[in-house]
Design a protein around this ligand. Structure first.
Ligand SMILES: Cc1ncc(COP(=O)(O)O)c(C=O)c1O
Length: 390
């Protein structure tokens, strides 16, 4: 019998039932609008294919990705739902997208050229979603460029080269509900839709809302919403009372436990010295796996229902936690080699969360979950949670 390879010492376990339940929360919040589940960047690091399937089970109507390659990976996995991709180069040959029934955003006037070229060469009518810059000033057709582009879209539609499925835009301040720019952006997209319809483009499905707007502004009057982060159970706004369940639990094995004498410096640079005799555990994940070195001394892990602080620097493959931070003695039963340390997860029972890491790092939880990598083995489970709309 051949010996098996030892499993990865750290893992990201993704609960697909949580994704499904979170999708239901968003479907309810969308109040009748269709839901496009945003599964770009490998499903925000959770695994695009299983996440897409879970979101579709939860009631999502369509999938949104950044690149054409991301869309094609979903098609290759047998997913036949509507998919929209919003990034490609003006120099790309996008025939492959049309052949795979992938809808394309048109984020600038120049992007219509490869789409028209692909439509002519394949004989297929491209389904396009012009992306309007209603105020984010990132990708999107400027309001100055819109009238001329609209002329071209009308011509292309009459020539049978494109079908304009609707217009889209993206918010700058949706995570700050009440910010007046949100209303301005909504008004601008409505105006563009009106102009397109007045020119005979039906634009049946228009969308502006990301997660934050889906949760806070169900009445904006567009036909679809486009949430991402909330699918993964991470709330983009301070009010977290929506019943979202974080889907990813990042954990690592306790490799060893050992005693330290008072005064002993720990890890590179000895940035921490044991204030008393204590016991520490070595946790088998490091910055190469997505445990940011900037978190050194700022992160806790949960082992056996108790939180323990990291001490000393986070290294490439490992970090140390103090098992007796209060000097009151070790937990009973004590932590042992082979135990599991939760780095972040649902936060149930007070455990650490990705949002906590983001706070400590001065970033957003989006960046935390998409940064899990390296040796972290991703596992998909169905933990059987039955979340729901509040
Ligand atoms: C164009 C577009 N739509 C929707 C989303 C989803 O946003 P969120 O994850 O905040 O819901 C994103 C993500 O950044 C995006 O780029």
């Amino acid at each position: 019998m051949t010996a098996s390879v030892p499993p990865a010492p750290c893992r990201a376990v993704v609960d697909l039932d949580a994704i499904e339940a979170n999708t239901r929360v968003l479907v309810a919040s969308a109040a009748g609008a269709r839901v496009m589940a945003v599964v770009k960047a490998d499903g925000y690091g959770h695994g695009a294919v299983p996440v897409s399937l879970a979101a579709l089970r939860g009631g999502a109507d369509a999938l949104g990705v950044t690149t054409v390659a991301e869309a094609l990976a979903l098609r290759s996995a047998g997913i036949d739902a509507e998919i929209l991709a919003w990034f490609y180069s003006v120099r790309d040959d996008v025939r492959v997208a049309l052949e795979a029934d992938v809808d394309l955003a048109v984020p600038s006037p120049g992007h219509l050229d490869p789409v028209l070229d692909a439509a002519r060469r394949t004989g297929r009518r491209a389904r396009v979603t012009p992306k309007i810059d209603t105020g984010l000033a990132r990708s999107g057709i400027t309001l100055d460029d819109w009238p001329a582009l609209l002329d071209r879209l009308v011509d292309a539609s009459e020539a049978g080269l494109v079908e304009v499925t609707g217009l889209m835009a993206h918010f700058a301040h949706a995570d700050d509900p009440g910010n007046p720019v949100i209303d301005e952006q909504v008004a601008r997209l409505h105006e563009c839709v009106r102009e397109a319809r007045a020119r005979g483009l039906e634009c049946p499905v228009n969308h502006h809302a990301n997660s934050a707007a889906t949760l806070t502004r169900p009445g904006d009057g567009f036909e679809m919403v486009r949430p991402g982060i909330a699918l993964y159970g991470l709330c983009p706004i301070p009010d977290d009372g929506y019943g979202l369940v974080p889907a990813m639990t990042f954990s690592a094995e306790v490799l060893m436990v050992k005693k330290l004498a008072a005064g002993q410096g720990v890890s590179y640079g000895h940035t921490w010295h044991a204030p008393r005799d204590t016991t520490v555990a070595l946790v088998a994940a490091g910055y190469a796996d997505g445990v940011w070195r900037l978190l050194s001394g700022k992160l806790d892990v949960e082992i056996g229902g108790r939180r323990y602080p990291n001490v000393g620097r986070v290294c490439m493959d490992q970090f140390v936690v103090d098992l007796d931070p209060d000097g009151t003695g070790q937990a009973d039963p004590p932590v042992r080699a082979g135990d599991t340390a939760v780095l972040f997860g649902t936060g149930a029972d007070g455990g650490p969360t990705a949002a906590e890491w983001a706070e400590a790092l001065g970033t957003i939880h989006y960046e935390v979950v998409t940064a899990v990598r390296g040796r972290a083995a991703r596992q998909h489970v169905r933990a059987g949670r039955q979340g729901g709309a509040r």
